[in-house]
Design a protein around this ligand. Structure first.
Ligand code: KG4
Ligand code: ZN
Length: 361
């Protein structure tokens, strides 16, 4: 490793949605990282009664917490501010009122310390996060499944991403949360829905699999949610609700199996077919045990090595933002104090926008 990067230590700040997170990460000589502290404060209680994230309330909670969390993160890391090499903050995509807070705080700290400030794409944070703890070479295939995003991405290198597929409507976490809400489960319902599904019969309801036979590895969940809404009006008993939860989860797994195979074949185009490539599954939905099992099996069948970053790195966190900062800094990115927040910021700028009615696949 280049000597000037020895023990490079970054503070990461993440406030793109409803998690206020600050972390300190250090580069190791083997080019993986050590997480010195990783503080995440969730706002689930703030938004629960509204059934989703309320931007202004989220922003207010970030303002109230961020200074105290920064102090805790530094104390936990046993570092002093003057020994931090740079600050990295999420600049997008996300809620503009929320992003602005992390960006302002990050820029203020960097300015005061006279250290570089790096603006990070939240999705790039997710994409590079498995490299903190694992020695993974580029290229690898990433499936990001969270409350806000559902994408297959070929990670070719730092700053080099090719989107192979995306949801054309709801994100997978959103589909879980909306289905859970229909069944009467409080936000965010994904994890509870998984528990209900365990008690139900997954073959009880035959649910639609939107665009399963078209659109490459693009995905769609809106039609599934509508079917569930229709069915839910006819059922009353807890057992039927459990059956519906189980059938929903089963259908999601069928969709993911098929679309993952397509994404893998697309990824392998013009590559050495005998080589084993890594398949990373990240985002909050990757916590679902049935999805993990399913994608492990699919990887085995397709000769990929599945990697699930540990849960605290899978869901929204600031360690991935600090880490993306380190990776970008190593490729020569310097100070970008003038960078403005970007609420819409696709990882692959060349990929077509595929959301909304009238999309042709
Ligand atoms: O990545 P994440 O923590 O936050 C962002 O959305 O960025 O993902 C949260 C999402 C929520 O929609 C939540 O319901 C879903 O991940 N989730 C799950 C499970 N655990 C979290 N969905 C299905 N099964 C789970 N066990
Ligand atoms: Zn995220």
């Amino acid at each position: 490793m280049n000597k000037k990067y020895n023990k490079l230590t970054f503070v990461g700040i993440e406030t793109s949605c409803d998690e206020t997170a600050i972390s300190v990460v250090r580069l190791k000589p083997d080019n993986t990282g050590t997480i010195l502290s990783n503080i995440v404060s969730s706002q689930i209680d703030v938004h629960k009664k509204f059934g989703g994230v309320v931007p202004e309330l989220a922003a207010r909670a970030h303002v109230q917490k961020i200074e105290r969390l920064a102090k805790i993160a530094l104390a936990k890391s046993k570092m002093k501010w003057e020994n931090i090499d740079a600050i990295a903050a999420t600049a997008g995509p996300g809620l503009i009122v929320c992003l602005t807070i992390g960006m302002c705080v990050g820029k203020a700290i960097a300015g005061t310390l006279k250290k570089p400030f790096l603006a990070i794409n939240h999705l790039e944070g997710h994409a590079l996060s498995p490299r903190i703890k694992n020695k993974i070479n580029f290229p690898y295939l990433l499936l990001l499944v969270s409350g806000g995003h559902t994408q297959f991405i070929e990670v070719k290198g730092v700053g080099k991403y090719k989107r192979l597929g995306t949801t054309i409507d709801d994100a997978l976490g959103e589909a879980f949360d909306k289905t859970a809400k229909i069944l009467g489960i409080k936000f965010p319902g994904g994890p509870i829905l998984e528990k209900w599904a365990k008690k139900g019969n997954e073959k009880f309801y035959d649910l639609p699999k939107p665009i399963i036979n078209k659109g490459g590895c693009n995905l769609s969940f809106a039609g599934l949610k509508t079917a569930i809404l229709r069915l839910s009006k006819k059922i009353k008993s807890k057992k039927d609700k459990q059956n519906l939860a189980a059938s929903f989860q089963f259908t999601i797994n069928e969709i993911l199996k098929k679309k993952t195979k397509i994404a893998m074949l697309e990824f392998l185009k013009e590559k050495n077919k005998n080589k084993k490539y890594v398949f990373v599954i990240a985002g909050g939905v990757a916590a679902n045990k049935t999805i993990r099992e399913n994608l492990k099996n699919t990887s085995k069948q397709m000769n990929f090595e599945p990697i699930f970053p540990e849960l605290e790195l899978c869901t929204d966190n600031a360690a991935m933002i600090a880490w993306a900062g380190i990776e970008k800094y190593k490729t020569g990115e310097k100070n970008n104090l003038k960078f403005k927040t970007k609420p819409r910021w696709p990882l692959d700028e060349n990929a077509p926008f595929l959301k909304g009615p009238g999309i042709k696949l």
